[in-house]
Ligand binder design. Structure first.
Ligand code: NOJ
Length: 542
């Protein structure tokens, strides 16, 4: 049995259901596919899995446009499959986290469908942000807020009878088919409580909360002015009226009460994108969310001083409210870290070989930090971003709403390779996959790497095994060790972690090597020599 505070130091594997495993051969991953691959996750050594939304949805934003939070989309299976998934995972000692999307519904949700048939500003419109426009007859949008996916965040509501413009607008901080909910309406609170309980009653261990910082908007919808995109993560940008408003914390206090009423208590991980670690920590106060992704860490450059600073600041701010840090390097919204960390050549191309070396080193650093860590499916295989998807294959609304100007997130969402030399590389029983897989996936499949010393997969397996065996890893203190400026070195219990982020090899004294991120490490005469772009875990504290 795992302890109730498992979430403080767990390693959680993100399953992107569309792209993990396809049981029925339609080219789209599904819940029976996930169930069939649970033994792989148990063997890998993770503690839990998080699944992106698989609820009934028109799939305009890959399932983040939910039409019914209590139904599983036919693409993915049934509620019985979701129940079986929870049960099968638990039988293997794995916890399960689902994804809740409280900021917006799909425009196909029964509430919005009913609203569209109702005169704007009346009745069920109170559940959404239905606002009178500016200018003559309200023909200008209520303010300057922009959609994260490009374009305006407002769409004018047509008259239900005539279809004529009404001068009333609804807010959508994402796609037009994702109307924002109005958290001033008590029925919005009540419905979410019912949804939480629906899945908690079925045994799910927690929820990742989509756009957790966005639920409450500033009253009267003031102008925003400068508007960095939600994923830009520039530090110390101004707090905008559409994000991170104080009222949102009340929602999580209520939710924590619900989670705590279960045995074992259920947990939350927030997608909290805010301008400073200090405002991030506000979501992690003891009566709010258990954890929240540390996106400032995700964005760190390949730079030892920067990395040390972000780790220190993160530990201090989360620690100030008694919360653990939640480290993450890749997910379904960002470039895979093999590609992101790769050095860019003068001709603009990226050196993926060095990118992989850096990614492996970065993952070993992450897995040795105090707190919990999220892995994104395929990172254990060292998958790079698929950058050359044809335009007609792309499905990300960002690509579609910006007419291709923003390339979007499809490149990290390509179905992962399990085995074989031709598509779908064991993703499913047919050749189909909803995004085309590149030929190079053959050499990176689970089968191609299993049992191969020095493969990325075996490195992750070893790291996760050692993390479980070494009490000082996962939980506990971090102590910085003196090191050259381009080196990150710290002690965790009886393990020392050394990452060489410079250009020259370095040596470090040790009695024993535990794990290296690359074979370019030698151990002789009580010293380990660590090549550039390499990390090691060694025994003892020196
Ligand atoms: C964050 C999710 O991770 C992303 O994939 C989605 O597009 C937006 N929220 C909108 O729900």
């Amino acid at each position: 049995m795992l302890a109730d505070d498992w979430w403080r130091h767990a390693v959680i594997y993100q399953v992107y259901p569309r792209s993990f495993a396809d049981a029925n051969g339609d080219g789209m991953g599904d819940l029976p596919g996930v169930i069939s691959r649970l033994p792989y996750l148990a063997d890998l050594g993770v503690d839990a899995l998080w699944l992106n939304p698989f609820y009934a949805s028109p799939q305009n934003d890959a399932g983040y446009d939910v039409a019914d939070y209590r139904r599983v989309d036919d693409l993915f299976g049934t509620v019985a499959d979701a129940e079986k998934l929870i049960e099968s995972a638990h039988a293997l000692g794995l916890r399960v986290i689902f994804d809740i999307v409280p900021n917006h519904t799909s425009s196909a949700h029964a509430w919005f469908v009913e609203a569209l048939a109702t005169p704007p500003g009346t009745g069920i419109w109170s559940r959404y942000h239905c606002v009178r426009g500016r200018g003559d007859d309200g023909q200008e949008p209520p303010n300057d807020w922009l959609s994260v996916f490009g374009g305006l965040a407002w769409t004018q509501i047509p008259d239900p009878a005539s279809g004529d413009p009404t001068g009333w607008w609804y807010l959508h901080l994402f796609d037009t088919t994702q109307p924002d909910l109005n958290w001033d309406d008590p029925e919005v609170w009540a419905e979410h409580e019912r949804v939480l309980r629906f899945w908690f009653d079925r045994g799910v261990d927690g929820f990742r909360i989509d756009v957790a910082h966005g639920l409450v908007k500033t009253e009267d919808y003031p102008m925003s002015g400068e508007q960095p995109g939600m994923y830009s993560l520039e530090l110390d940008t101004p707090v905008l009226p559409q994000w991170d408003q104080p009222g949102v914390h009340e929602v999580y206090r209520a939710w924590r009460g619900i989670a705590n009423s279960y045995d074992p208590p259920r947990t939350f991980c927030g997608e909290v994108v805010v301008p400073t670690p200090e405002s991030h920590a506000m979501y992690l106060r003891p009566d709010e969310l258990h954890t929240a992704f540390n996106f400032h860490y995700l964005r760190t450059r390949w730079d030892a001083a920067h990395l040390r600073e972000v780790i220190d600041h993160s530990l201090a701010t989360a620690g100030s409210v008694g919360a653990p840090c939640t480290w993450v390097l890749s997910n379904h919204d960002v470039r895979r870290h093999v590609t992101r960390l790769a050095p860019v050549e003068s001709d603009g191309s990226v050196d993926l070989e060095r990118g992989l070396a850096r990614a492996r080193a970065a993952s070993m650093v992450m897995l040795a930090l105090p707190g919990s860590a999220y892995l994104y499916q395929g990172e254990e295989l060292g998958l790079p971003e698929v950058i050359d998807l044809p335009a007609e294959a792309r499905q990300d609304p960002t690509f579609l709403r910006t007419a291709g100007e923003v390339i979007g997130r499809d490149g990290c969402r390509v179905p992962i390779p399990w085995e074989g030399t031709t598509p779908s590389f064991g993703f499913g029983p047919s050749e189909e996959s909803w995004l085309p897989q590149p030929d190079f996936f053959a050499g990176l499949s689970v089968a191609a790497q299993t049992g191969v010393a020095d493969s990325t997969l075996e490195m992750y397996r070893s790291a996760l095994r050692i993390r479980k065996d070494q009490p000082g890893l996962g939980d506990g203190e971090l102590e910085w060790l003196d090191s050259p400026p381009d080196v990150v070195a710290f002690a965790r219990g009886s393990v020392t972690v050394v990452a060489n982020m410079g250009d020259e090899p370095i040596t470090w004294p040790t009695d024993a090597m535990l794990l290296a991120s690359s074979p370019a490490v030698t151990f002789a005469n009580g010293n380990v020599t660590v090549a550039p772009e390499t990390a090691v875990w060694i025994s003892g504290r020196r």
